[in-house]
Design a protein around this ligand. Structure first.
Ligand SMILES: *Cc1c(COP(=O)(O)O)cnc(C)c1O
Length: 430
């Protein structure tokens, strides 16, 4: 009889992995202190000192600014809000184009749409999964206003090259840095290489405040515009001396004092929170290094990787086992993961049906761009055939379990001939 769990043997890891826990005594004390102050938010939506938030929001922004060595840090209530505010701040409008990668969380591509602008998808690099500068360059037109680079899974996009491209063409580089809060490219922190960077502090990220986000920039005007959009811009444009009224129609994207207090504690421990995920991911990469057919995530020269996700690229030709069967066998051993990440965003119903703002096709009525299968073949191949994705951020994993996760990968890999037979029984090909 087989010892594979999928065929009735014992699983390498018994029971589900415990969820990641990151709230400790210090967060607890910080929250209690805010509750006792009775002021859960310090914002006012009208001109005056409280337009910029309460004391903990201001302190958290200052800590963030110093940590990332930027001129301005503007807190928001999510990275999604931050991306919306970023698009508003750079002044995009209906019919403008914003180049985005298709393999990312959906908010990256929704942000331009909110302002009636058109997301244009540029394919990713096959090794690093981030927007390919050559593909981005090929999509630039006179209508292009920005490129959004996503430092996907915690690995830096080719940021320096993208920044040079943006500067050369007089457009903005925005970083969606939700997944790479400590990653670096050529010594510089991700999020600070573009004109504007957006971080997420949602529950699933390396450090979090439940919900939350932070925008960083070295541009004073962009910072002022972000602060306005965050908090009912229309009421405060004159007070903030903002002459350019484009997109000065504000939201409420304000962070609470509770979130800021927790964020302070989390930021102080960021090296520990990120380091734990890095050690786990590096051990897994080591564990599969010599296994043909499984390629762990490479790290580009001059870069560091935060491992929001740890990936393997699966080579079905070498393995001679379908990715689905390999994945099922791995899951049966107790190794949680997903096949692929999210489907390429241009396959979402709103692009397929060309319906976003209102029911009349706006803003797609303003473009001849089309969306459909085949648009970004590398992303499609990675998602549909090659990638298997594990989320170190989701679990608490000690050294012993790390060993077992690697062992599960090796066990299933070694059983390829048996799994090939299983495939034949199931009539599976890839
Ligand atoms: C999580 C995430 C977001 C959205 O973050 P929220 O804070 O939940 O709005 C945006 N982009 C990427 C790449 C993300 O991973």
């Amino acid at each position: 009889m087989s010892n594979l769990a999928i065929l009735g043997g014992d699983a390498v890891i018994a029971g589900p992995l415990p969820p990641y826990r990151s709230m400790g005594e210090r967060e607890r004390a910080a929250v209690i202190e805010v509750v006792e102050s009775d002021c859960l938010s310090g914002f006012f939506g009208s001109p005056g000192p409280r337009f910029q938030g309460g004391p903990r929001v201001l302190a958290f922004e200052e800590a963030w600014r110093q940590h990332y060595a930027v001129d301005f840090a503007v807190s928001v209530n999510s990275a999604t809000s931050g991306l919306y505010a970023a698009m508003g701040a750079i002044g995009i409008g209906p019919g403008d184009e914003v180049i985005v990668p298709p393999w990312t969380m959906s908010a990256t591509a929704m942000a331009p749409l909110i302002y009636g602008a058109i997301p244009v998808f540029a394919d990713v690099e096959p090794d690093y999964f981030c927007i390919d500068p050559r593909a981005a360059r090929a999509e630039i037109t006179p209508r292009t206003r920005a490129i959004v680079a996503v430092n996907l899974f915690g690995h830096p996009a080719a940021l320096r090259e993208l920044r040079e491209l943006a500067d050369e063409r007089g457009i903005f580089l925005i970083e969606d840095n939700a997944q790479a809060p400590s990653a670096r490219e050529n010594g510089r922190p991700c999020g600070t290489i573009g004109h504007l960077g957006v971080f997420s502090l949602n529950y699933h990220k390396h450090i979090h405040t439940g919900e939350g986000g932070m925008c960083v920039t070295n541009d004073e005007t962009l910072a002022r515009r972000l602060r306005l959009i965050r908090n009912h811009a229309e009421n405060a444009v004159e007070w903030m001396e903002m002459d350019d009224l484009a997109n000065m129609v504000g939201f409420n994207f304000r962070m609470t004092e509770l979130s800021a207090a927790v964020g302070m504690v989390q930021l102080a421990a960021i090296d520990e929170h990120v380091g734990r995920r890095q050690r786990l991911a590096e051990a897994l990469s080591e564990g599969v290094r010599d296994l043909d057919g499984l390629t762990p995530p490479p790290v580009r020269d001059g870069c560091t990787h935060d491992y929001y996700c740890w990936t393997v690229r699966y080579d079905v030709e070498t393995m001679n086992v379908s990715r689905q069967t390999f994945s099922d066998a791995l899951a049966a051993e107790g190794f949680p993961h997903s096949l692929g990440y999210v489907p390429p965003l241009y396959l979402l119903p709103l692009f397929r049906e060309r319906t976003a703002i209102g029911g009349g096709g706006f803003p797609f009525t303003l473009t001849n761009r089309s969306y459909g299968k085949g648009l970004c073949p590398i992303t499609e191949r990675l998602h549909e055939k090659e990638a298997m994705v594990f989320q170190p951020c989701a679990f608490t994993v000690d050294d012993e379990v790390t060993e077992k996760l690697a062992e599960a990968l090796r066990k299933v890999h070694a059983a390829a001939p048996e799994l090939a037979a299983y495939d034949r029984e199931k009539g599976r090909a890839d």
